[in-house]
Design a protein around this ligand. Structure first.
Ligand code: SF4
Length: 326
């Protein structure tokens, strides 16, 4: 791997389990296995698309990597250092280097703060800029995301969903991070606005050399922005490929089903389209089937699929898949 292809993030055997609460408190024997032994890497400067149905664990994976959640087990190597078990104080410099753009721009913006206060908040914590310099930077950032200086005094409720997402982007980029988790940043927006936001993210990436993990619920949303894509199912990544190759030559039966459900912008409808192709609902992450976790919905399942969980295998350069058919 050349210098330009250096790994910024390498995740090894990562697990994030949530304990289940019952009538008598937490049940220590039952867990929601939201992320269950995931390994992959993200190269410096690339956009890695992460796709899967609602409830597959993709947002939890992103939030565990950025340490918004504690790690149950495994490693998260960020720029050469394992940050999986760092405490709050040791994590502070990494929180400056890693930022998040959330799906719902309304609930992620403090309704009692005006736009300048919202964008200033991370800069006041993480930068050495004076207040005057920070205000100049806010003005400049607002211009870059297509908003006006006069918007600085306004509050989140005065803006449309697309404008609120622009404010969220300006806030995340104000402290010049290296890595940004884009957690379904366009799913809640009108189709007409989605392309504008994606183009804006691409422009920032070029100018600032950013690395993105772009989470989405269907493959059509990550098609243009991602250099590589990982497909997630029930807590595991089951296929990784260069973007163009994944659309041309999908291998895993689940990836094929996801591709057949394009284009359906609404996640509920996308799921319904998928269920027509593969019978059955997504199983609960509390009751993961033995063997291949996709076998209860897979039309090609054979006896080995219930006995052994398939491991990720490289079948072509840069194209890995977890399925006994390969
Ligand atoms: Fe289907 Fe078996 Fe492959 Fe799983 S391992 S996707 S059940 S063929």
């Amino acid at each position: 791997m050349s210098e330009t292809e250096k790994k910024l993030i390498e995740v090894s055997n990562l697990k994030k389990y949530f304990p289940v609460k019952g009538a008598f408190g937490i049940n220590k024997n039952k867990y929601v296995k939201a992320v269950d032994d995931v390994s992959f890497y993200i190269k410096k400067g690339e956009t890695f698309g992460l796709v899967g149905e609602s409830g597959c664990g993709k947002s939890t994976l992103g939030r565990t990597i950025t340490r918004l959640y504690d790690v149950t087990d495994g490693k998260v190597i960020f720029d050469g250092r394992d940050i999986a078990r760092l405490g709050k104080k040791e994590l502070k410099p990494y929180h400056k280097r890693m930022q998040v753009i959330f799906q719902d721009p309304y609930s992620s913006l403090n309704p009692y703060m005006n736009v300048s206060e919202i964008i200033d908040e991370p800069m006041a914590i993480h930068s050495n800029l004076s207040r005057v310099e920070r205000m100049e930077k806010i003005e400049e950032l607002l211009k870059r995301v297509g908003m006006k200086k006069s918007d600085m005094e306004k509050f989140p409720h005065e803006f449309s969903g697309g404008q609120r997402q622009r404010i969220g982007i300006a806030r995340a980029l104000s402290i010049e991070p290296e890595f940004v988790l884009c957690d379904e940043p366009i799913s809640a927006l009108d189709v007409s606005i989605q392309a504008q936001v994606v183009n804006m993210l691409e422009d920032f990436q070029k100018d600032m050399g950013l690395t993105y993990l772009f989470v989405a619920h269907d493959l059509s949303m990550v098609k243009h922005i991602s250099s590589r894509i990982g497909v997630m199912y029930l807590g595991k990544i089951i296929e990784i490929s260069e973007s163009r190759n994944l659309y041309k030559n999908p291998l895993h039966p689940y990836t094929k089903a996801l591709l057949s459900s394009i284009p359906v912008p609404d996640p509920k409808k996308a799921s319904a389209a998928l269920n027509k192709i593969i019978e059955g609902e997504l199983p609960s992450p509390m009751d993961i089937p033995t063997g291949c976790r996709f076998r209860t919905r897979c039309p090609y399942a054979t006896p080995i699929c219930s006995e052994k969980e398939p491991e990720m295998k490289e079948v072509d350069k840069g194209h890995t898949v977890a399925c006994h058919l390969f």
